[in-house]
Design a protein around this ligand. Sequence first.
Ligand SMILES: [Fe+2]
Ligand SMILES: [Fe+2]
Length: 447
Amino acid sequence: MEEIQLVHIGDCRVTGDPDTILETCLGSCVGVAIYDAVRHIGGMCHILLPDGPAEKKQTHPAAYATTAIPFLLNAFEELGGERKTATTAIAGGASIMTKNTGTDLKIGQRNLLAVMEGLRQADVKVSYQHVAGNLGRVMRLYMRNGQIHVRTSRMPTSEEAGRQIDEQWNANTLRTSILQNAEDLKPSSNVAIRALQLTNGEDTNISELEQLILQDQVLAANMLKEANSAYYGLSRQVHNLSQAVAYLGMRTFKKIVMDTCLADIYDRRITTYDMEEGAFFYHSVTCARISEAIAKVTGCTEPETAYLAGLLHDIGKIVIERYGMDMFTQVTSRVLLKNESFVQAEKDVFGLDHAAIGQYIAHNWQLPAELEEAIAFHHEPENMNTISPLPCIIHVADHICNIAGIGLSNDSMTNGLSQSAITALDLDERAIEDILATVPRIIHTHL
Ligand SMILES: [Fe+2]
Ligand SMILES: [Fe+2]
């Protein structure tokens, strides 16, 4: 029975097990796969940046092209692989365009150049490449026969789209129905929304929050399971919520409340946006963690508020998945044929985009206005009357997820990075790369 082993951001895996399929998801990152067909040894790495500081290259050698190539080849040869006769493939390196200026951040391009140079220096020939452009990719290496498969996000062919596009489309008829459907979107527990309201802000009454969660045994049990997971690295098991608060601290406890409250509506396949099972939750939680990190670095927003906004930013997609599936080819057709951004195509088809649907949900759940605003403008922070930092933080964190291939969807690379958001947060390309470099740590280690 074949089993998929994920190669996470900045990771490297080598194996001789024929039942393994190595898989990695890529935005502007570059994946390298190598396979020795004689000895049936293979390996894959997920490269995040061309180069980085010495201490980071030591802790995450596979994250940087300069160290990743020798690291992968050493591990491959230690297991018995032979580089001279191996098949080598590269994939990824997609562009991230900024909206206003239309310029490319060039992380993908620079990654590709660094990887090609690294392979040339190591005397390894590239047999197959599937690179550049503006789509996310999933690369697989089947260890059974060495087959390398790269797929981009599923979109209709231009022929299909040509037949499907409807110029007479009336989006206003759908808008009302979509919003009615959004009203029904709630976590399975009534306690969860109240708990989400209580987590926001610094002055949370933690014992009130604990008492509330205890009213829902499933929620409480799931919280304890999460608190005891390897991610939080507790040296001893916690058996009740008070212990969880004591050992993890109030801030972490609140983040576990947020994750757990949304887990039941987030953990499903989002076929409209071509997201595999679990990808939506992974994207949301990672965006939350990166948003929290940016809030800490910039100091312009409460980190917990940024976390919750990051967690909720794409919640409107769930309504489109539940209600808009039949009409969704109209969205992809417009992206493909009219070269529209996904958010513009959503507005044309549904009368509003997933960001506006998400804002409506946050309003219904009586979450604070700043969260509503962050969700509403997470793709178009430049459209705010007065630009405020939280939507900009979520916007940048979302793009960092896309660059790294975290929870890829078919709209990942088409919505454009807002120069206004970068300027408002006083960031530059270098600062974005610095945040990107922290992603492997953010994903694997509780800070
Ligand atoms: Fe979004
Ligand atoms: Fe997103």
